[in-house]
Ligand binder design. Structure first.
Ligand SMILES: Cc1cc2nc3c(=O)[nH]c(=O)nc-3n(C[C@H](O)[C@H](O)[C@H](O)COP(=O)(O)O)c2cc1C
Length: 324
């Protein structure tokens, strides 16, 4: 098992976003952030024909593979797959509230059965990889510290070292996964309290961290923080993370980001859709005024698979705009 990896600043697992391509871009932008895959159901990981496309790692370490599942044999296999693909960590999703995930008996609904979650973590554990958990505070509309504490009491018996907490409840019916990221109230105090009870476990705080300033402040009190939507909406914020959070000098030039990223995706053209390959980079236009003309040109070039023209256009865009 690899030691000494920092989980001070983590980019949250996000289905449809933290693809291998996005992770490549994130790694170009920040050397030190800890990255996550999207949640992958254990069955897909083991049986899907396109599994190699989804789990590709390409040395974007440090990185965790997040899985959704509750079948012990599948979880054991998933752990071996993560090791074979050079992941640093395998993480169990016990936070996703979607109906489909509930039907498959994984995600947030597992918080109802803490002994099963304990068994799942034990199935993932292996001396070659760190097995971790991402969970919520509880289930339903009412916040209940005792429920959360009892859940963690059970999980702590596995000897787990890292627990990521999306610091709000999940509501399993009546609201969408999106609503489940805004409607249940956040409560960071529960995480503070449990951290005091279990000083040997690192609790990584997640939920509602919407600026690097907020992240920096929370790091005074928490072992690490995890951000999702802030990075989803504007991955280029990661350019500041090594400097602001890890206190390193950052000499990254925007053009080099584009060159490095295209070097990685060009050989993949034809094996995956040009949209999937390019979509992480297209957020470069986030809140940039007058970027419409660039966007429409890029759309036109995408339709015709003109990847070199897109690269030239983006290089022109970053050299002309004041992104740095
Ligand atoms: C589009 C999207 C997809 C997500 N997919 C996952 C997922 O696959 N696994 C997971 O544990 N959480 C998932 N989440 C939840 C995030 O990991 C995170 O817990 C949540 O967004 C709260 O963090 P934030 O306030 O920093 O965005 C997803 C969130 C978003 C916005």
């Amino acid at each position: 098992m690899k030691k000494g990896i920092s989980r001070k600043f983590c980019v949250a697992p996000m289905m449809g976003y933290t693809t291998p391509y996005a992770r490549k871009l994130y790694r170009i932008l920040s050397k030190n952030s800890f990255l996550f895959s999207e949640m992958i159901a254990t069955k897909s990981l083991i049986y899907s024909k396109s599994k190699n496309n989804i789990i590709e790692n390409d040395f974007n370490n440090p990185v965790a593979l997040q899985v959704g599942g509750s079948e012990i044999d599948e979880l054991k296999k998933a752990s071996k797959i993560a090791i074979d693909h050079n992941y640093d960590e395998i993480n169990l999703n016990v936070g996703c509230p979607s109906k489909a995930v509930q039907k498959g008996s994984f995600g947030a609904c597992l918080m109802q059965d803490k002994i099963l979650v304990r068994n799942c973590i034990e199935a993932l554990q292996n001396d070659k990889i760190e097995a971790t958990l991402k969970c919520r505070l509880g289930l339903g509309k009412e916040l209940n510290y005792e429920f959360f504490e009892k859940f963690i009491d059970e999980i702590s018996k596995t000897g787990i070292k890292f627990i990521y907490v999306h610091a709000r409840n999940a509501i399993l019916s009546g609201i969408s996964p999106q609503g489940n990221r805004t409607i249940p109230p956040l409560n960071y105090n529960f995480v503070k309290e449990i951290k005091n009870k279990y000083p040997s476990i690192s609790f990584i705080l997640n939920g509602g961290i919407n600026s690097l300033d907020k992240a920096e402040n929370l790091l005074k009190e928490f072992d690490g923080i995890m951000v999702g939507r802030l990075i989803k909406n504007n991955p280029f914020i990661l350019k500041e993370v090594d400097k602001k959070i890890f206190k390193e000098n950052n000499t990254l030039i925007d053009e080099s980001i584009i060159y490095n990223y295209f070097e990685y995706i060009k050989p993949k053209l034809g094996f995956d859709s040009i949209f999937r390959l390019l979509s992480p980079l297209l957020n470069i236009f986030f809140s940039v005024p007058n970027s419409k003309i660039y966007k429409s040109k890029i759309n036109e070039y995408m339709k015709n698979q003109r990847i070199n023209l897109i690269e030239d256009l983006l290089i022109k865009f970053v050299s002309e705009s004041n992104l740095r």
